[in-house]
Design a binder for this molecule. Structure first.
Ligand code: HEC
Length: 142
């Protein structure tokens, strides 16, 4: 089901990218934009660290990193920031929901990685990136 949605989104994005940008513009206050972009670069870094750990056979460590950096444990990080600097509350509800889905599926990945079974963990890897791709295909902030 999740794969089907993703493939549809990719087809949608691919078909239209050359002609015009059809992503939905989410209007966030400037401080929230900066916080979101910082967080995104940290996501990219975390993803790479997780892949490196898996390549090194450190599957359980990859799971711990996924939970800490991308999973449900990483939610609420901006709670103490001024309202204008918190990306979540300024997102359209569907975009926010996609973000929460991403955290949940990263935690699901972390649960699988905690077993230490490399093959199962590798099979679960798309669960780590599907939400990134889905959200990027649909939303922009500038
Ligand atoms: C809920 C939506 C959402 C999710 C989920 C999401 N992103 Fe993003 N990401 C965005 C938006 C919006 C932008 C800014 C696009 C623009 O510039 O208009 C962005 C930008 C980025 C950038 C560019 C940052 C910069 O400095 O401009 C990176 C890198 C990135 N995301 C990585 C990731 C990774 C890796 C994941 C998954 C682990 C992820 N994102 C998940 C919405 C999301």
């Amino acid at each position: 089901m999740q794969k089907f949605v993703l493939i549809s989104l990719l087809a949608f994005a691919g078909a239209s990218s050359a002609a015009e940008d059809v992503r939905i513009l989410a209007t966030l206050p400037t401080p929230a934009v900066e916080v979101l972009r910082d967080e995104m670069r940290a996501n990219m870094l975390a993803l790479n660290e997780i892949l490196v750990l898996i390549a090194e056979g450190k599957v359980k460590e990859a799971g711990i990193k996924a939970e800490q950096e991308l999973g449900v444990s990483s939610m609420g990080r901006h709670r103490d920031k001024p309202f204008d600097a918190r990306p979540g509350p300024h997102m359209p509800p569907e975009m926010h929901a996609l973000g929460m889905e991403g955290h949940k599926s990263a935690s699901e990945f972390a649960r699988i990685a905690a077993s230490g079974e490399r093959n199962k963990t590798v099979d679960a890897l798309p669960g780590l990136t599907s939400a990134c791709v889905s959200c990027h295909a649909v939303y922009r902030i500038r």
